[in-house]
Design a protein around this ligand. Structure first.
Ligand code: IMP
Ligand code: MG
Length: 180
């Protein structure tokens, strides 16, 4: 499918993603020790990752979703993150797994972590499909990382450029100059 889009180069194939997601799911289930889980997806980028990860976690799980917006492109530097869709159900006393597509500067997940911790979950862990550690502005790490990557702009498997390409089955790079 990526070949329908010239200029895109595959970084991780759907097979590589499936294998890694299965591994993450197994580890998440082990860490749960038979307890229940609330998987909280960060819309919209994490939707596809969450749907695959959920089926790889052998646990009694429910879903919830939040959405955040950063204030345009300049938001990265201002650090302003705003919640535009709240959780539907309380998470107090629950084992919460935040499911995110990419951990980049860390602004989004730092904001969400503080927001969720104020609601006193029993445990709060983070699963990020991709991690770009070189871009970090906030001190935050994911408990489960799919792939650690250099500073590339990636699309597909839920991730977008201007809302496009989310439906690519593989994770691709925008080449030659990534549009940031
Ligand atoms: P952070 O707040 O800088 O960590 O940004 C996290 C969000 O930025 C992710 O949830 C993505 O929506 C977006 N993002 C960061 N890097 C990329 C990328 O390479 N491709 C697509 N979206 C990205
Ligand atoms: Mg996102």
């Amino acid at each position: 499918m990526a070949s329908a889009f010239p200029g895109l180069e595959v970084l991780y194939t759907r097979e590589q993603i499936a294998e890694r997601v299965a591994g993450m799911g197994a580890q998440i289930a082990r860490d749960l020790n038979g307890e229940k889980l609330v998987m909280v997806g960060v819309l919209r980028g994490a939707a596809i990752f969450l749907s695959d990860l959920a089926r790889a976690v052998a646990a009694d799980a429910t879903f919830d979703f939040v959405a955040v917006s950063s204030y345009g492109k300049s938001a990265r530097s201002s650090g302003a993150v705003k919640l535009i869709k709240d959780l539907d159900d309380p998470i107090e006393g629950k084992n919460v797994l935040v499911v995110e597509d990419i951990l980049d500067t860390g602004l989004t997940l730092s904001y969400l972590r503080n927001f969720f911790l104020r609601q006193h979950p029993k445990t709060l862990r983070i699963a990020a499909l991709l991690d770009k550690p070189s871009r970090r502005l906030e001190k935050i790490e994911a408990d489960y990382v799919g792939f650690s990557i250099p500073n590339l702009f990636v699309i597909g498997y839920g991730m977008d450029y201007a809302e496009r390409y989310r439906n690519l089955p593989d994770i691709c790079m925008m080449t030659p100059e990534h549009p940031e």
